[in-house]
Design a protein around this ligand. Structure first.
Ligand code: GLA
Length: 342
């Protein structure tokens, strides 16, 4: 019988580009995600099929390390290599991937794919599921070293720790993860595709990471979590604005957490708007298609809207009040359970 693992995509309510700066994020897992069906392979090779893309891959899982590959093929090869490097003995497998999560729209399809593959492969070994923080790190290495995007840990933790009716407050300095109840009281959170697709590998994402690292070095702090608004006065352009985004975004995550506890959705909308302004003007990760989409959803009555995820394209997250009908292309996003075997 096939083993089935599912990992959801995520919406990050607040806290963009803070994860790799030891900061705070407030994501939730959504209903859409990636499913991997797995069973032992009869011929000693690992076979991977993407039902969504109608493409296949095959490699020898026992080779010293599977050869790197481009595109979606990098994921299974990377997960197998990293699990083996961590000491797991993986049987050759037949893996079938399907997804109802679009790629390149800022909903974290990459992390969902890594996590679903890892859970399915580990289930085939019959071992107990490993610690989920450890697994998030392993999947993040796949992303960094096999896929080529130097992303932080947000997406992997979001899919692994998601819960129904709640967002997940993550403190990347301490590793603390806390459940924040999310009662929307008739309001709607929705994502709207801007039409500008992007892949984080090769985008300005890696440049922003480098800028944050340089700024921290200039400030003499181990991460931007320790920077303060008074510090940025001495920094050159645009590093001063990059740091200002990180500091103010961490503060917005704290305020959003309080707003969710207080069920103050008007406040949440204001925070989404403020985050967008900061991501556009200070962190400079917006693009014209995203700006047009933000303007369009505001014209349609959104009470707050911002670019979602790493930026440089992708989706917009918008909040609509109880009396407003979201535009027809808006897809409602509600918190669903985290990754697991199905
Ligand atoms: C992408 C990355 C995350 C995070 C966000 C921005 O989703 O994968 O690690 O940095 O961008 O918040």
């Amino acid at each position: 019988m096939d083993l089935v693992a599912f990992a959801p995509g995520r919406v990050n309510l607040l806290g963009e580009h803070t994860d790799y700066n030891d900061g705070l994020c407030l994501p939730f897992a959504i209903a859409r995600g990636v499913t991997v069906r797995a069973r032992p392979s009869p011929d000693g090779m690992t076979h991977v099929e993407s039902l969504t893309l109608r493409e296949r891959d095959e490699f020898d899982p026992g080779a010293p390390a599977p050869a790197p590959a481009d595109g979606w093929r990098a994921f299974a090869r990377g997960v197998v290599a990293e699990l083996r490097a961590a000491g797991h003995t993986l049987p050759p497998a037949m893996l079938e991937i399907s997804s109802d999560l679009p790629a390149g729209v800022g909903l974290s399809s990459s992390a969902a794919l890594e996590v679903a593959l890892a859970l399915a492969l580990l289930a085939l070994t019959g071992e107990l599921e490993p610690d989920r923080r450890w697994l998030a790190h392993l999947c993040s290495r796949v992303e960094n070293e096999w896929v080529g995007a130097h992303t932080g840990l947000l997406d992997q933790l979001a899919t692994l720790f998601g819960e129904e009716h709640a967002a997940t407050l993550i403190d990347f300095r301490t590793g603390a993860i806390a459940r924040v109840p999310m009662e929307l009281d008739g309001w709607t959170l929705a994502t709207i595709d801007s039409g500008a697709s992007r892949s984080l590998a090769g985008s300005g994402y890696n440049d922003r990471r480098r800028e944050c690292k340089t700024a921290a070095e200039l400030l003499g702090v181990s991460s931007l979590r320790d920077a303060s608004l008074t510090d940025i006065v001495g920094l050159p352009e645009p590093l001063n604005r990059r740091v200002r985004h990180v500091i103010t975004e961490n503060a917005r995550v704290r305020t959003a957490t309080e707003a969710l506890h207080a069920r103050d959705l008007t406040k949440l909308g204001d925070l989404l708007d403020a985050s967008h302004t900061s991501l556009r003007d200070d962190f400079e990760v917006s693009v014209p298609e995203v700006e047009r989409t933000v303007a369009r959803v505001h014209a349609a009555g959104a009470r707050g809207a911002r670019l979602l995820g790493g930026g440089f394209g992708g989706s917009v997250l918008a909040l609509f009040g109880p009396d407003t009908e979201p535009p027809s292309d808006a897809v409602s996003a509600t918190p669903g359970p985290g990754a697991g075997l199905r």
